[in-house]
Design a protein around this ligand. Structure first.
Ligand code: NAD
Length: 479
């Protein structure tokens, strides 16, 4: 047992309703001060097989459990999350370095909401009946089986429960593989599911490294769905592993999203939206990291942006007053800095930041704005996943759209414009799974969520989640 931020966390896997140790362990390190937090079980093919076997054994009974009972249990899990919001927030902040204030008031309440939302959605699902020349059609959503869920470190419990809740609601059993940089809150969630009375084997967690756990999990023939959130290269490895079994995939991947600022908008609003992109130290898949600004207002926009960005406080994420915490890991910080150095070598210059925060040391990277990168430069096309924004200008709507669509990604786009007609015209031409007009990060669980191009495959949210996690069946009965 490890103690993190005063909270007891089990370092083992969670398989078939029991804690399972491992011969090997890996060290989980906090981004705050880079201090060791816990020795975590390092899984491999045996642990994966044990978890899939447990999930498979639990499936028949769970899939036949009434919808009302499944919904009741998901509500009990949500209540358990609510009771432990502070503990979950403290542990998640220690583990991934994101702000305690957003964990307390945004993320952990949303984790509970994920369970409640999909429990309630389940009770409304499946009333599709229609008639074909006197024959009655009835559409039903049958659970698929064991679901493998693989998640990243930037919003660990929020992203995991966005998958776990609909998968369980649909009547499936689950094997979760959390990111190795943030294993802790998945372990606490296992405790919460047990306390809520979820039957053994319905929810399982295998800890460990990507290739060692994710590899055998995604190649396992008894896995019937794979839902993955993470990077494009890993998604390609998963797609290859899943191919021999034709296991259906849902992929939520990276982005290089634009924020288009038109001259007709309130520039304070536009600058606020731009500064918001530093949230979570820029480690947000949806972040609009490319600021595309109409030439006629770029001077005024930049002035307002820099004034607002100067007010951001960087520091310890456990302090409620902090706006920007550390990056997740030294390797990640170095990767971010590599992008910025190469951008400067290619001709970009920093209007803000441009390197690690030497005063704070550790894993703090200064919020950065780069301008002057040449067309096609890596910094304009590759996902950095850090507090690094680029500034480009445009002179016409057509040019703005062409630049916005000029990457291999298509996750999201944000428009800042005072003209609703323009918003409709431009939105229709943008390649993106989500478009925000004069707002950012407003997320409703009823809405489809996913990416175009290399930003993903499929959609989750509302009915889309149930479509993915179920074998949808149509039954036609003669008169
Ligand atoms: P990553 O791809 O390195 O890792 C994600 C998960 O995959 C981890 O649990 C990792 O252990 C596992 N993994 C690694 N190799 C594997 C393999 N061969 N087989 C199976 N699993 C394997 O991504 P990351 O660095 O943890 O997360 C950052 C990325 O996630 C960014 O690209 C970001 O944009 C993306 N992301 C996307 C969304 C979205 O909703 N679209 C949300 C958050 C993050």
């Amino acid at each position: 047992m490890a103690t993190v931020a005063g909270v007891a966390v089990e370092p083992g896997h969670w398989i078939g309703g029991e804690r399972v140790g491992a011969a090997d362990a890996f060290e989980d390190v906090s981004p705050i001060g880079e201090r060791p937090l816990a020795e975590i079980a390092r899984g491999g093919p045996d642990a994966v097989d044990a978890a899939v076997t447990a999930a498979r054994a639990a499936f028949p009974a769970w899939s036949r459990t009434s919808r009302e009972e499944r919904a009741r249990l998901l509500h009990a899990i949500a209540d358990g999350v609510d009771k432990r919001v502070e503990e979950l927030a403290q542990v998640e902040t220690a583990d991934n370095g994101a702000l305690i204030r957003s964990h307390r008031r945004g993320v952990m309440p949303r984790v509970a909401h994920n369970f409640r939302f999909f429990a309630d959605w389940l009770l409304k699902l499946g009333h599709e009946d229609f008639d074909t020349r006197g024959h009655a059609n009835h559409v039903s959503w049958d659970p698929a089986g064991v679901c493998a869920l693989i998640t990243p470190w930037n919003a660990p419990l929020m992203l995991a429960t966005w998958k776990i809740a609909p998968a369980l609601a649909a009547g499936n059993t689950v094997v979760l593989k959390p990111a190795e940089w943030t294993p802790l809150t998945a372990s606490l969630l296992a405790d919460i599911t047990a306390e809520a009375g979820l039957p053994d084997g319905v929810f399982n967690v295998v800890q460990g490294y990507g290739a060692e756990v994710g590899g055998p999990l995604t190649a396992h023939p008894d896995v019937k769905r794979i839902s993955f959130t993470g990077s494009v290269p890993t998604a390609k490895a998963i797609a290859a592993a899943a191919a021999p079994n034709l296991t259906p995939l849902s992929l939520e991947l990276g982005g290089k999203s634009p924020l288009l600022v038109f001259a007709d908008v309130d520039l304070d609003l536009a600058a606020d939206l731009a500064v918001e992109q530093y949230d979570n130290a820029g480690q947000v898949c949806l972040a609009a990291t490319r600021l595309l600004v109409e030439s006629s207002v770029v001077g005024e926009f930049t002035e307002r942006f820099l004034a607002k960005a100067a007010a951001l406080r960087q520091g310890d994420p456990r302090d409620e007053a902090t706006d920007i915490g550390p990056q997740i890991h030294r390797r990640h910080l170095e990767r971010i800095d590599g992008f910025v150095r190469r951008a400067k070598d290619a001709g970009a210059r920093a209007l803000l930041g441009g390197g690690p925060n030497e005063e704070l040391g550790g894993l703090y990277y200064r919020p950065t704005l780069l301008t002057g990168a040449p067309d096609g430069a890596e910094i304009l096309t590759e996902e950095v996943f850090g507090p690094v924004l680029t500034l480009q200008t445009f002179d016409s709507e057509e040019q703005a759209i062409a630049i916005a669509n000029g990457t291999r990604f298509g996750l999201a786009a944000t428009l800042a414009t005072g003209d609703p007609e323009r918003a409709r015209r431009v939105t229709a031409q943008l390649v993106a799974g989500t478009v925000w007009v004069n707002c950012f990060f407003v997320r409703d669980l009823r809405a489809p969520f996913g990416g175009a191009r290399e930003s993903g495959m499929g959609r989750e949210g509302g009915d889309w989640s149930f479509d993915f996690y179920c074998d949808v069946k149509n039954t036609v009965t003669a008169p």
